[in-house]
Design a protein around this ligand. Structure first.
Ligand code: ADP
Length: 471
């Protein structure tokens, strides 16, 4: 089934609501008009009744009858009076006056008219009431006094005629209004959907290869304007992301190409058949070095990919950073052996954080390895302490330092200040980005302060583990 367009949906909803409103309006108008007409009829009936009463008070009803017979002269007078003053529409109104004895004094229609039996019903309608007689409806009002009975009736046909006329008007007016509404709604929906259609077309033009394109700016500050802005922001973020990804892939390829090229060269040399056993041994040792360099890069990348995918689950074991620092300090001493470096460790108190011991160890070791790497001679200090309810790890050195323009970049992936020198020392530019990822995963942060020729201080702040659980 073809999906129904938003434009069609809008038109449908709009038309349905309009139809309900118009039809409700038609019914309400009909009902109000009918009630007003009926009131008018009732008022006429009451006026006529009043008039008939006044007429009858001027004539003594008893005088109408002599020996039970209606006096013809008085009847004639009544007739004349009625003819003179009573604006009775004989085709629709009916007036009948009877003596209390039941004898007919006056009737506005001829005796053989079927309507003459309209008032024969037993009931007395002291208030205007609708009565069906034959095929027609009448509004009937009666008044009985000890002396006479006045019967009044008015046909409801004119009311029904007006109702029908109104209904007929609505019968063509409602469909016409509906047609205008549906057509207008359709055009309106088309007009308001046009910018959306344009946005869709523009977005379709944008592919992975032309992410630098943006949707044409939309002047109005409405929902479409907001949509265009949001889509443009989204494209900008995708462009940045794709750009980073491309750069990252290039870096990865570049990083892995170097050890592979060296490996191939060495393997070719080994295969040439001229190398003796000591030479072969040297080649294999060098190849091993390159393999472990490549493996380290791959492992680091895998770690960062995990972080990016949000899959790095941080364990929440209790880690005593002072003890961890002591372990790393031992490794550092081994690393710095034979070099003019003075290593110190300051960890005067127990500092416990909640986290993953092996990752925190890696963080600390990366910093210490860097400090040793970039300090030809001088001091490297590791310190662990508590301050402001935080654990603070500091690794400072008196090494070559980092120039201010590099400082903000050194936590970026593959960023190396001096790639050749870094390569010599086995660096791939991933170490500090891994440190930052581990610190962030533990709810902490990492900062650096450095001056060229004077040395660098890396500071990691981590939240302390809750003290009551301390070991
Ligand atoms: P690498 O593996 O190349 O050391 P890192 O991400 O660990 O990569 O560091 C990025 C860059 O920051 C290094 O190339 C180096 O130039 C600089 N750097 C890191 N630590 C220090 C330090 N303690 N002293 C001077 N420069 C440093």
């Amino acid at each position: 089934m073809k999906a129904i367009s938003l434009r069609a949906k809008l038109t449908l909803w709009y038309s349905a609501l309009f139809a309900v409103t118009v039809i409700a309006f038609a019914f309400a108008a009909q009902a109000l008009r009918s009630r007003a007409l009926l009131n008018q009829f009732d008022n006429e009936l009451r006026d006529e009744l009043q008039w008939a009463e006044i007429l009858l008070t001027t004539i003594k009803v008893e005088a109408l009858l002599t020996d039970g017979e209606v006096k013809a002269s008085l009847v004639t007078r009544i007739r004349d009076d009625i003819a003179q003053h009573f604006m009775l529409n004989r085709s629709t109104h009916l007036l009948e006056i009877r003596a209390r004895s039941g004898q007919l004094i006056y009737r506005s229609v001829s005796p053989d008219d079927t309507l003459s039996q309209l008032f024969d019903a037993e009931a007395l309608f002291a208030d205007p009431t609708t009565v069906t007689y034959g095929k027609d409806d009448f509004r009937v009002l009666q008044k009985q006094t000890p002396k006479y009975l006045i019967n009044l009736a008015v046909s409801l046909r004119p009311l029904y005629d007006i109702q029908w006329q109104l209904a007929r008007t609505f019968l063509w007016l409602v469909p016409l209004a509906m047609a205008v509404a549906v057509g207008g709604g359709w055009l309106l929906a088309k007009y308001s959907m046009r910018p959306v259609t344009r946005v869709i077309q523009a977005v379709r033009q944008i592919t992975a290869t032309n992410l630098s394109q943006r949707l044409p700016t939309y002047a109005a500050q409405d929902e479409i304007g907001a949509l265009v802005e949001t889509v443009n922001d989204l494209i900008a973020r995708i462009e940045q992301g794709v750009g980073r990804l491309e750069q990252f892939s290039q870096n990865v390829a570049h990083e892995l190409r170097t050890p592979l090229t060296i490996l191939r060269g060495e393997m070719e040399l080994a295969l040439s058949g001229n190398a003796g056993a000591p030479e072969l041994r040297r080649i294999i040792a060098s190849a091993m070095e390159e393999i472990s360099r490549a493996a380290k890069i791959v492992e680091s990348l895998l770690f960062l990919a995990h972080v990016d995918a949000g899959k790095m689950e941080t364990k929440k074991e209790r880690v005593a950073l002072d003890l961890l620092a002591a372990e790393v300090f031992e490794d550092a001493q081994a690393l710095a052996e034979g070099r003019p470096l003075h290593l110190t460790l300051t960890a005067p108190e127990q500092v416990v954080v909640a986290g993953d011991a092996s990752r925190l160890r890696r963080l600390l070791l990366n910093l210490v390895e860097n400090a040793i790497k970039y300090t030809p001679e001088g001091k490297v200090e590791i310190a662990v302490q508590r301050a402001d309810a935080q654990a603070i790890i500091t690794v400072s050195d008196t090494g070559i330092g980092i120039a201010p323009e590099h400082l903000e970049h050194i936590f970026e992936r593959f960023y190396r200040i001096d790639p050749d020198r870094s390569r010599e020392t086995g660096g791939s530019g991933l170490g500090l980005s891994i440190c930052a990822a581990i610190a962030h995963a533990h709810g902490g942060e990492i900062h650096v302060v450095s001056a060229v020729g004077k040395g660098s201080t890396f500071e990691v702040k981590l939240p302390l583990a809750e003290s009551r659980k301390e070991v």
